[in-house]
Design a protein around this ligand. Structure first.
Ligand code: KIV
Ligand code: NA
Length: 282
């Protein structure tokens, strides 16, 4: 089967078919997402938090994003893969954005890139699209701006913020973005923005009115639910599986069986040396 492209995403939007998006960060999660027939896979800069253990997404580097994106490309055949441009790789100026966006395409073969912001980054978005690269925008909560925001919180609960979100979304569309992620905003505001736009919106914590939904792989699968893992899962996350418990159980059983010499039992000791060879040795 051929890989989906942005025309396929546009067609789904025209037909009112919701767009399914999941993040992935490495070969296994990419294989899982592709086999589950996600329309799009996002190599999120959330990799910094859920895979690398950082406090925020701000610390992830270009080289790290490229490294993870390459693995995701090797694990997918069907879905459209989009990579997050890391914090600091596109905010400086449009030329810097273009140079870094080209690296994603040439070094990983990814289908497009995502950038956080609105009016403030519209010239970078325009430059990258004019340079021939598909761009997804991202507004509402901007996790990479956490040091300026102070804390992760919802946006658009007052008219002033809702207007800013709308203007940012329109600026991203005008600059050539083919889709926009709306993060952590009231459903009515997300619906309002979606109605104003021609391009699809992908919601996360943005209610039912968007053109599609995205969630983080680890959140969907309950990957990081260990009691010592302090990170709070956002209210909007629905957990579809309890992988952390499942993994923990499997690993504890393995360890117990090693300690008690239950593993490896006879069936897992497959290699033999013939008697004739053995006699030559001893
Ligand atoms: O980094 C990420 O995972 C994201 C999605 C949650 C939209 O930006
Ligand atoms: Na992100």
């Amino acid at each position: 089967p051929r890989r989906l492209n942005i025309s396929d995403i546009q067609r789904m939007t025209e037909r009112g078919v919701p767009i399914s998006v999941l993040t992935a960060y490495n070969y296994p999660s990419a294989v899982h997402a592709d086999l589950a027939q996600m329309d799009m896979v996002l190599v999120g800069d959330s990799v910094a938090m859920v895979e690398l253990g950082h406090e925020t997404t701000q610390s992830v580097a270009m080289e790290e994003m490229l490294h993870h994106t390459k693995a995701v490309m090797r694990g997918t055949r069907r879905c459209l893969v989009i990579a997050d441009m890391p914090f600091g790789s596109y905010q400086l100026n449009p030329e810097e954005a273009m140079r870094n966006a080209y690296r994603f395409i040439k070094e990983t073969g990814v289908g497009g890139v995502k950038m956080e912001g609105g009016v403030a980054i519209k010239e970078s978005v325009r430059r990258v699209v004019q340079g021939g690269i598909a761009v997804v925008g991202h507004t509402g909560l901007l996790p990479a701006s956490v040091s300026a925001i102070g804390q992760y919180r919802s946006f658009g609960k007052n008219a002033k913020e809702a207007i800013t979100i709308t203007e940012d979304a329109l600026a991203l569309q005008d600059a050539g973005a083919f889709a926009i992620v709306l993060e952590c905003i009231p459903e009515r505001v997300a619906q309002f923005v979606t109605d104003k736009l021609d391009i699809p919106t992908i919601g996360i914590g943005a209610g039912q009115g968007t053109s599609g939904q995205v969630l983080v792989y680890h959140d969907v699968l309950g990957m990081l639910q260990h009691p010592h893992h302090a990170k709070v899962t956002p209210k909007f996350v629905k957990r579809y599986a309890g992988c952390a418990e499942f993994i923990q159980q499997g690993l504890e059983t393995y360890k117990k069986e090693v300690k008690s010499r239950i593993f490896p039992s006879k069936e897992y000791c497959p290699y033999e040396i013939p008697d004739k060879e053995w006699e030559m040795l001893v």
